[in-house]
Ligand binder design. Structure first.
Ligand code: NAD
Length: 497
């Protein structure tokens, strides 16, 4: 009886989501190309199909880049910057106004709980509004060269920008690169992740509804090795913004290098979260849980390596086990604490890490195996999992799982925590809990990470620069720093007669 009602609710939700995109979006038009294969969109919570998007190919990317190039020559780059900013502000408003539908589609396509999808819609809108205000403030400078010369600099758009998007927070990732790129007067081709293309296609239509000219933003769904590769390789794409794995980041960087395009790379992480013996555990415990299990652990900056000072190790482990056992898991529509993982493939990956760890003798004090919530047995669920006493050289302490597994490691002191924390190819984020400001700041100075949190992981938002050290990436997104990737500086030198 209960199962039937869940199924009915699911069908109702799919109906409420309305007609889902089954086209590419190029030059202001929906493009239906029957010669293309399609990629099925699967609801990770139920394992059922909700639709399909075209697998755009090299020719689709070519058409999108041609459209973006000609839109660049059109009114877009020459628009008075304030008008460009006003249009981008309206994009933000339109996204917010369509929150219910965008969030529902994101939940069905990506799996995240509906309340989290709603926050993603808000963040997506925030990016456009934040950068909209900068459109008319990108000022050049004047450089003194003596009495006989006048020299000034201008910010000039780079041209066509390519955006290759991952599946974990699609709406945020689309806006994070597009908003600063458009603010600076560039045009764009977006290649969403194959598992989660729906909301990118919906957002681009909203953009044009509020007046962004056709061709300024184009969306080509498709496979990474085909559409993504073609975009990174295209000689008319002058900057590639890529968010995804380190391995693909290297491929993208080398493709862009063939035509000297610049890149922004936001890659993976295995971020250390240090808990010293003077920490306020009442604050630390919920923070650790959020840091690692939010979005079912599918967050690049998740605090996945917990380095705990010896004296509080057992108490903290007990408290974490209790806290994680209270977390609820279920279909995104049921709005539990955790939703499913994005795909069967990701569930296999995460389960593989857990199974191999157990085979090596590592003990899970909670979770460690896939689960099958009633009514959604075919979904891709893995519970919040805590592995204790993980050896520092184990793969679970070093490799990015991108799922809800916390590796707990005991350390003697802050110095050892910093050494272990830095003994990684990654350097995206790091956190510490301590009541001692000196130890906190010593940690912030000593750790190789693009973003450091003291007594509260995450929560920096879209106005704070974000990006990685070492293999975690190149460049910074978010905040004013992100704009630097999207303009050239032209210096004009006048010799007076
Ligand atoms: P992925 O590298 O497999 O795919 C990312 C995107 O690249 C997808 O759109 C994919 O289709 C495309 N792609 C794949 N092969 C390509 C190729 N040869 N050329 C061009 N494009 C190609 O990564 P994923 O599995 O989608 O995402 C998970 C990874 O992303 C994790 O490592 C995670 O840490 C990272 N990530 C980082 C951030 C950040 O801000 N640093 C944010 C989210 C995710």
């Amino acid at each position: 009886m209960r199962q039937r009602s869940k199924e009915e609710q699911w069908h109702q939700a799919v109906e409420n989501a309305g007609q889902l995109p089954d086209y590419l979006y190029i030059n202001g038009e929906r493009v239906y190309d029957s010669s293309l294969q399609s990629i099925e969109s699967v609801d990770p919570g139920s394992g059922r199909s909700i639709g399909a998007v075209p697998a755009g190919n090299r020719q689709s990317i070519e058409a999108a880049v041609v459209a973006a190039r000609s839109a660049l020559q059109g009114p877009w780059r020459d628009l008075p910057p304030r008008e460009r900013g006003q249009l981008l502000w309206r994009v933000g408003e339109a996204i917010r106004a369509d929150k219910a539908r965008l969030a529902l589609v994101e939940t069905l396509d990506n799996g995240k709980p509906l309340k989290d999808a709603e926050v993603c819609v808000e963040r997506c809108a925030d990016y456009f509004c934040y950068y909209a205000g900068m459109a008319d403030k990108l000022e050049g400078s004047s450089v003194p060269l003596g009495a006989g010369k006048v020299c000034f600099t201008e910010h000039v758009p780079i041209g066509v920008t390519g955006h290759i998007i991952p599946w974990n927070v699609p709406l945020n990732m689309i806006a994070r690169g597009l908003a600063p790129a458009l603010t600076c007067g560039n045009t764009a081709v977006v290649k969403p992740a194959e598992d989660t293309s729906m909301t990118a296609l919906l957002v681009v239509e909203l953009m044009e509804k509020v007046g962004i000219p056709p061709g300024v933003v184009n969306v080509v769904s498709g496979y990474g090795h085909e559409a993504g590769q073609a975009l990174a390789e295209h000689p008319d794409v002058h900057h590639v913004t890529f968010t995804g794995s380190v391995a693909t980041g290297k491929t993208v960087m080398s493709a862009a290098a063939q035509h000297i395009a610049s890149v922004s790379l936001e890659l993976g992480g295995k971020s250390p979260h240090i808990i010293l013996d003077d920490a306020d555990l009442d604050r630390a415990v919920p923070d650790i849980v959020r840091a690692v299990f939010a979005n079912s652990g599918q967050i690049c900056s998740a605090g996945t390596r917990l380095l705990v000072q010896k004296g509080i190790y057992n108490e903290l482990l007990d408290r974490l086990t209790q806290a994680s056992s209270k977390l609820t898991l279920g279909h995104g529509l049921d709005n539990k604490d955790l939703g499913p993982l994005v795909s069967a493939k990701q569930l296999d990956t995460v389960n593989g890490f857990a199974t191999r760890a157990e085979a090596r003798g590592i003990k899970f004090v909670s979770g460690g195996q896939p689960v099958h919530p009633e009514g959604f047995e075919q979904g891709f669920y893995f519970p919040p999992s805590i592995a204790m006493d993980v050896p520092v050289d184990d793969e679970l302490a070093n490799d990015e799982v991108f799922g809800p597994i916390l590796s707990v490691i005991s350390v003697d002191d802050l110095e050892e925590a910093i050494t272990i924390g830095n003994n990684s190819d990654y350097g995206l984020a790091a956190g510490i809990h301590t009541r001692d400001i000196n130890r906190a700041l010593k940690f912030a100075r000593g750790i190789d990470a693009g973003q450091v949190y003291i007594n509260g992981y995450h929560g920096a938002g879209d106005t704070v620069p974000f990006g990685g050290f070492k293999h975690s990436g190149i460049g910074r997104e978010k905040g004013l720093a992100a704009l630097n990737a999207y303009y050239e500086i032209k210096s004009v030198v006048v010799t007076l007669c």
